[in-house]
Ligand binder design. Structure first.
Ligand SMILES: NC(=O)c1ccc[n+]([C@@H]2O[C@H](COP(=O)([O-])OP(=O)(O)OC[C@H]3O[C@@H](n4cnc5c(N)ncnc54)[C@H](O)[C@@H]3O)[C@@H](O)[C@H]2O)c1
Length: 346
């Protein structure tokens, strides 16, 4: 029988790609999203790509009554929890907004899950929880040391969920929590249909959407923060992962919720990255090759809080989640450029 997955934040960038992969893998999908950072037309696009329908609720996950109504109306097998705010800079200016949305939102969601005895959850965490560790590549057992309020919300939610899983040892519950925490590195690219992708609100916070808008002429030039890092060309190195590979990692995580090593409950943590890093200058070069456009840039001083190199160790996800990336940098750039020029973006 088809399983039903509730996807919070499912009209957003990563959530929409995950919905496509879930539908393509035979799951029923219910989306709850307050559309604070996405548009409703994404639903029709997901349906067009998959030739399948999704159920949509325009609600905030902090609205307990609305969530109870959803859980009452459907038999939900698992939740993938993407809904959250994600801008590091904004989180430094407005930390309360971030703790309210990301931490309180998760508390309300998990309270309702417990009430309806749905204790299977995959959570969107981030490599940002590793802070500025210099032990590259990052393995999942590194200490958590987030350096900004956004990262703190991810670290707190991870801790809360780990405590839920641990609580099952102490109390006799009817069912146990099964939790997968996924730490994303740098998601990029878009679906090859050109129908869904990342639609930044205002000036992009992430490098590749910014580069893409410079290439299209919407932005004048790219400021490269720091040309004196201890890297091959002096610019920062990051592990970019194609959003479709990332989305497929969620399907694997959902499968794991009913299989070893989680069949008896617990909490597992996995990095989702490629294990390969590219510098800012390499990204510019690759984007120019994919788009045939020049990307003017200037090197400016380092930005506080940035680190030299951030690359995932991918062996645990490969071993236990049975997942690895398939898409290379060129495809990430080509797909981003196609999306940049799509009707949805213009
Ligand atoms: N994109 C990245 O670079 C990145 C990296 C690491 C982790 N993450 C995490 O992955 C998740 C998804 O990221 P994304 O890039 O798709 O972001 P996104 O902003 O495109 O998607 C998030 C979605 O959640 C919705 N949302 C936010 N708060 C909500 C609330 N209270 N109730 C209901 N809906 C709400 C938004 O409307 C949006 O559609 C986020 O939790 C983010 O922190 C993203």
């Amino acid at each position: 029988m088809k399983k039903t997955i509730l996807v919070t934040g499912g009209t957003g960038y990563i959530g929409s790609h995950a919905c496509v992969e879930l539908l393509n893998s035979g799951y029923h999908v219910i989306i709850v999203d307050n559309l604070s950072n996405s548009q409703k037309d994404v639903l029709a696009r997901i349906e067009k790509i998959t030739q399948n329908s999704v159920v949509f609720y325009e609600n905030d996950i902090r609205d307990k009554w609305a969530l109870q109504t959803i859980f009452k109306s459907h038999s939900i097998d698992a939740v993938i929890h993407f809904a959250g705010l994600k801008a590091v800079g904004e989180s430094c200016e407005q930390p309360l907004k971030y703790y309210q949305n990301n931490v309180y939102g998760t508390l309300v969601l998990t309270e309702v899950m417990e009430e309806y005895n749905v204790k299977n959850i995959v959570f969107s965490s981030s490599a940002t929880v590793y802070g500025d560790s210099d032990k590259v590549p990052y393995t999942e057992d590194l200490p958590i040391q987030a350096t900004n309020p956004y990262g703190q919300t991810k670290a707190m939610v991870e801790q809360i969920l780990q405590d839920y899983a641990a609580s099952d040892q102490f109390t006799k519950h009817d069912s146990t929590w099964k939790i997968v925490l996924l730490r994303y590195f740098n998601p990029t690219g878009a679906h090859k249909s050109g129908l869904i992708g990342e639609k930044p609100n205002g000036i992009p916070n992430n490098l590749i959407p910014y580069v893409s808008q410079v290439a299209s002429g919407e932005l004048k030039e790219l400021s490269v923060f720091g040309g004196d890092y201890p890297t091959t060309d002096g610019t920062g190195i990051r592990d970019y992962i194609h959003v479709v590979d990332l989305a497929k990692g969620h399907v694997k995580a959902v499968e794991m919720l009913s299989n070893a090593p989680l069949e008896k409950g617990g909490c597992k943590v996995y990095n989702l990255g490629t294990g390969t890093g590219y510098s800012v200058l390499e990204i510019i070069q690759a984007f120019e090759a994919a788009s045939g456009k020049k990307v003017p840039y200037k090197i400016v001083p380092r930005r506080s809080g940035d680190i030299a190199t951030c690359i995932a160790s991918t062996s645990l996800a490969k071993q236990e989640l049975n997942w690895e990336t398939e898409k290379e940098l060129e495809e990430m750039m080509v797909d981003t450029w196609r999306w940049q020029n799509s009707e949805a973006m213009t």
